[in-house]
Design a protein around this ligand. Structure first.
Ligand code: 2BA
Length: 106
Protein backbone atom coordinates (compact mmCIF):
# COMPACT_ATOMS: atom_id res chain seq x y z
CA UNK A 1 0.00 0.00 0.00
CA UNK A 2 1.27 3.49 -0.86
CA UNK A 3 0.34 7.07 -0.14
CA UNK A 4 0.86 9.46 -3.05
CA UNK A 5 1.22 13.09 -1.92
CA UNK A 6 1.04 15.56 -4.80
CA UNK A 7 1.49 19.33 -4.49
CA UNK A 8 -0.20 20.97 -7.48
CA UNK A 9 -1.25 24.47 -8.53
CA UNK A 10 -4.72 25.44 -7.37
CA UNK A 11 -5.80 25.89 -11.00
CA UNK A 12 -5.29 22.23 -11.86
CA UNK A 13 -6.28 20.68 -8.51
CA UNK A 14 -9.97 20.27 -9.35
CA UNK A 15 -9.14 18.57 -12.67
CA UNK A 16 -6.68 16.16 -11.07
CA UNK A 17 -9.17 15.37 -8.33
CA UNK A 18 -11.98 14.74 -10.80
CA UNK A 19 -9.86 12.54 -13.07
CA UNK A 20 -8.61 10.47 -10.12
CA UNK A 21 -12.13 10.05 -8.76
CA UNK A 22 -13.47 9.04 -12.20
CA UNK A 23 -10.74 6.40 -12.42
CA UNK A 24 -11.90 4.96 -9.09
CA UNK A 25 -9.23 6.36 -6.76
CA UNK A 26 -9.92 7.88 -3.37
CA UNK A 27 -8.49 11.38 -3.05
CA UNK A 28 -8.36 14.09 -0.37
CA UNK A 29 -7.52 17.68 -1.25
CA UNK A 30 -5.88 19.91 1.34
CA UNK A 31 -5.41 23.65 0.99
CA UNK A 32 -1.68 24.36 1.35
CA UNK A 33 0.83 27.18 0.94
CA UNK A 34 4.23 26.99 -0.75
CA UNK A 35 7.08 27.96 1.54
CA UNK A 36 9.01 29.86 -1.13
CA UNK A 37 6.37 31.86 -3.01
CA UNK A 38 4.00 31.89 -0.01
CA UNK A 39 1.16 31.40 -2.47
CA UNK A 40 -1.73 28.98 -2.19
CA UNK A 41 -1.43 25.56 -3.73
CA UNK A 42 -3.20 22.24 -3.21
CA UNK A 43 -1.94 19.02 -1.70
CA UNK A 44 -3.65 15.82 -2.80
CA UNK A 45 -3.51 12.60 -0.77
CA UNK A 46 -4.17 9.36 -2.62
CA UNK A 47 -4.04 6.01 -0.82
CA UNK A 48 -3.50 3.30 -3.41
CA UNK A 49 -2.29 -0.28 -3.96
CA UNK A 50 1.41 -0.30 -4.91
CA UNK A 51 0.73 -1.70 -8.38
CA UNK A 52 -1.55 1.25 -9.20
CA UNK A 53 0.90 4.04 -8.30
CA UNK A 54 1.99 4.45 -11.93
CA UNK A 55 -1.64 4.88 -13.02
CA UNK A 56 -2.11 7.62 -10.40
CA UNK A 57 1.10 9.36 -11.50
CA UNK A 58 0.00 9.26 -15.14
CA UNK A 59 -3.37 10.84 -14.29
CA UNK A 60 -1.61 13.59 -12.29
CA UNK A 61 0.85 14.15 -15.15
CA UNK A 62 -1.80 14.54 -17.84
CA UNK A 63 -4.10 16.65 -15.63
CA UNK A 64 -1.50 19.36 -14.87
CA UNK A 65 0.08 21.70 -17.39
CA UNK A 66 3.73 20.76 -17.89
CA UNK A 67 6.28 22.60 -15.75
CA UNK A 68 7.74 25.79 -17.21
CA UNK A 69 10.24 28.37 -16.00
CA UNK A 70 8.81 31.85 -15.38
CA UNK A 71 9.84 35.05 -13.64
CA UNK A 72 7.82 35.67 -10.48
CA UNK A 73 7.68 38.48 -7.93
CA UNK A 74 8.86 37.18 -4.58
CA UNK A 75 7.12 37.93 -1.29
CA UNK A 76 8.95 40.34 1.00
CA UNK A 77 11.34 39.07 3.68
CA UNK A 78 12.97 35.70 4.29
CA UNK A 79 14.21 33.44 2.80
CA UNK A 80 15.28 35.84 0.05
CA UNK A 81 15.70 39.29 1.66
CA UNK A 82 16.25 41.97 -0.94
CA UNK A 83 15.34 39.81 -3.91
CA UNK A 84 12.31 41.03 -5.83
CA UNK A 85 12.04 38.56 -8.70
CA UNK A 86 13.29 35.08 -9.37
CA UNK A 87 12.97 32.40 -12.00
CA UNK A 88 10.78 29.63 -10.64
CA UNK A 89 9.14 26.53 -12.03
CA UNK A 90 5.35 26.58 -12.24
CA UNK A 91 3.06 23.81 -13.40
CA UNK A 92 3.52 20.10 -13.13
CA UNK A 93 3.35 18.51 -9.71
CA UNK A 94 5.73 17.81 -6.85
CA UNK A 95 5.04 14.21 -5.88
CA UNK A 96 6.08 12.04 -2.95
CA UNK A 97 5.30 8.32 -2.79
CA UNK A 98 5.36 6.87 0.73
CA UNK A 99 4.97 3.34 2.03
CA UNK A 100 1.91 2.80 4.25
CA UNK A 101 2.16 0.41 7.23
CA UNK A 102 -1.56 0.10 7.80
CA UNK A 103 -4.74 1.29 6.07
CA UNK A 104 -7.66 1.13 8.48
CA UNK A 105 -11.18 2.39 8.90
CA UNK A 106 -11.98 2.26 12.59
P1 2BA B 1 6.91 26.92 -3.26
O1 2BA B 1 7.71 26.55 -2.07
O2 2BA B 1 6.12 28.18 -3.19
O3 2BA B 1 7.91 26.95 -4.51
C1 2BA B 1 7.45 27.39 -5.78
C2 2BA B 1 8.58 27.28 -6.80
O4 2BA B 1 9.63 28.17 -6.43
C3 2BA B 1 9.22 25.88 -6.86
O5 2BA B 1 8.49 25.05 -7.74
C4 2BA B 1 10.61 26.21 -7.36
O6 2BA B 1 10.62 26.41 -8.76
C5 2BA B 1 10.90 27.57 -6.72
N1 2BA B 1 11.66 27.45 -5.47
C6 2BA B 1 11.27 26.84 -4.33
N2 2BA B 1 12.19 26.96 -3.37
C7 2BA B 1 13.20 27.65 -3.92
C8 2BA B 1 14.46 28.13 -3.43
N3 2BA B 1 14.86 27.90 -2.16
N4 2BA B 1 15.27 28.83 -4.29
C9 2BA B 1 14.88 29.09 -5.56
N5 2BA B 1 13.69 28.68 -6.08
C10 2BA B 1 12.87 27.98 -5.27
P2 2BA B 1 8.34 23.51 -7.42
O7 2BA B 1 9.67 22.90 -7.08
O8 2BA B 1 7.58 22.91 -8.55
O9 2BA B 1 7.47 23.41 -6.08
C11 2BA B 1 6.09 23.72 -6.09
C12 2BA B 1 5.54 23.61 -4.68
O10 2BA B 1 5.71 22.24 -4.25
C13 2BA B 1 6.32 24.41 -3.63
O11 2BA B 1 5.85 25.75 -3.58
C14 2BA B 1 6.01 23.65 -2.34
O12 2BA B 1 4.69 23.95 -1.89
C15 2BA B 1 6.00 22.20 -2.85
N6 2BA B 1 7.32 21.58 -2.68
C16 2BA B 1 8.35 21.60 -3.55
N7 2BA B 1 9.40 20.91 -3.06
C17 2BA B 1 9.03 20.45 -1.86
C18 2BA B 1 9.66 19.65 -0.86
N8 2BA B 1 10.93 19.17 -1.00
N9 2BA B 1 8.96 19.33 0.27
C19 2BA B 1 7.69 19.78 0.44
N10 2BA B 1 7.04 20.54 -0.47
C20 2BA B 1 7.69 20.87 -1.61
Amino acid sequence: MKLVIAVVRDECAAGVQENLTRAGFGVTKLASTGGFLKAGNSTLLVGVEAEKVDQVLEIIRRSCPPPERVQRDLPAGEPTPGRRRAEVVVGGATVFVLGVDQWLKV
